[in-house]
Design a protein around this ligand. Sequence first.
Ligand code: WT7
Length: 635
Amino acid sequence: MSNYHIKTLEEYFQVYRKSIREPENFWEEIAEEHFLWRKKWDNVLSWDFSKPEVKWFEGAKLNITENCIDRHLATRGDKTAIIFEPNNPDEASQHITYRQLYEQVCRMANVLKSQGVKKGDRVCIYLPMIPELAISVLACARIGAIHSVVFAGFSSTALATRINDCDCQMVITADGSYRGAKTIDLKGIVDEALLSCPDVKNVLVAKRINSDINMKDERDVWLQPLLDNASTNCPAEIMASEDTLFILYTSGSTGKPKGMVHSTAGYMVYTAYTFKNIFQYRENDVYWCTADIGWITGHSYIVYGPLSNGATTIMFEGVPQYPDYGRFWQIVEKHKVNQFYTAPTAIRALAKQGSEWVEKYDLSSLKVLGTVGEPINEEAWHWYNETVGKKRSPIVDTWWQTETGGIMISPIPFVTPTKPTYATLPFIGIQPALMDETGEELKGNQKEGRLCIKYPWPSMARTIWGNHQRYKDTYFSTFENKYFTGDGALRDEVGYYRITGRVDDVIIVSGHNLGTAPIEDAINEHPAVAESAIVGFPHDIKGSALYGYVTLKDTGETRNQDNLKKEINQLISDRIGAIAKLDKIQFTEGLPKTRSGKIMRRILRKIAEKDTSNLGDISTLLNPEVVQNIIDNSL
Ligand code: WT7
């Protein structure tokens, strides 16, 4: 019998040791006993990080939706699979049972087929957090089409880039979306994006806000009538274990986003197993992750992980502050939520409003609290623990990435003693390493370095869509024979890990992973801008916020600086999305550079952090004279 459900610290250590000593035996047992296979594998794992190439459960055949839906029908047909909680609390929530989910996914799958979508085709899903989003994702998986979900807060340019990069021929969207008191013209954004996506043949449009939109003949179709006429039966396409399940974009150190490619079997096994243990999910629990399915958190821990365990998972359409700051807690009370998983930025924003909002509601159903996306500071951790969890519910601070597919370092609640700001111990099967700058592994405790993973795990991304070389360069070239995460971390005296933050040009703002390069590219498009550099600085709610240093072209004309700042932020909003707007913009005469012309972000970062006591030796710069000026005018 495999240890699918870990219940004690002793058991954790025992299972962890086994997963490291005999990884193939370990994962084979988990896969064998807890999933539905059309054919078993010939080989558990083959890998070579120098290529890099990783294959799990080769030779196996399966469909992930049979694991997430069909196999539950006999025992959980009438159990709620998804609770949809709308943006507006006055609108009724919806409970979708496993049987209803089966029928709706089959209908959608049949619609996709009737529109010409075939196995291996890429489908772009640009939807708000409404049931159609989860259903579309699962319908793609049902027929072997590759879904590429684009978060519905991205701009038309960002959407177009993602559609074109993986050559989607279909987009699934909605007339619009609700966001607090506002509505967003999603279809308008799609129309604009598609001006530069000639290959998109079909757009399926879900009705959500009943707005008056343009439907382009031959291209745009309303979804509902098609669904109404579709059959509730659709045989699952039988997939190979390494067939691509989905592509999800994440930002990188160049302007082009990286389409992370996730496979089927390994992703399924790892997300299911982590979900069960890290949230200690029990049969009748109600689980809620507040993320959007447009991010990896939603893919793995709203859709696939919970459903493959036959869980009840909440999809929330709204925002934490609408109609007031009690919305999260009202939902916890209403649905008697047992596991609650959110981002530190949301916790900080809510904590700032005081405890009254929390105390109005009965949160006694809560058993486990989780955080994800960025480091959680001590103060927010304590507020979460005391005010929300009443010191009864352990907090799982889960570290992972779009690339890792599933949670990598995290406490197991009621098993691993927690420690504020620490993600604590590696999950089963995960072998972290801390590296120094020379490429040596730092062995032993009380070490700080760059965080790598030494051995493959089932849900790791297999490549970057259309660019395997970039996958190799980004993740497998900094340290030989290791996956490099881009994060720094420390290991304390008992071996607990604390993630200290990015060591590359990625900044985590409100839990969103933003590359500096695409933002700089957007700014540099402004006709008045010569060049720019973005750094992060500490922000009490967002964790980090963006500080832009911008040098203007010397055209002799003077422009109103406030207007320029607005135009720059508008450009960023248009090219990427409002999440990437700058909090501070400083116009500078020049940017500090090395002799080879590389911008010295380290210096700019220190100035933005208001820590100019130790800027290091600046005399070797190409233009040391600009530094004092930047300090004098800093914001
Ligand atoms: C980056 C990945 C994983 C889903 C959401 C973000 C940071 C993530 C933690 C944590 C400290 C964290 C890292 C990581 N991060 N979780 N618990 N503690 N930092 O996915 O957009 O791919 O971002 O988020 O810097 O590399 P992502």
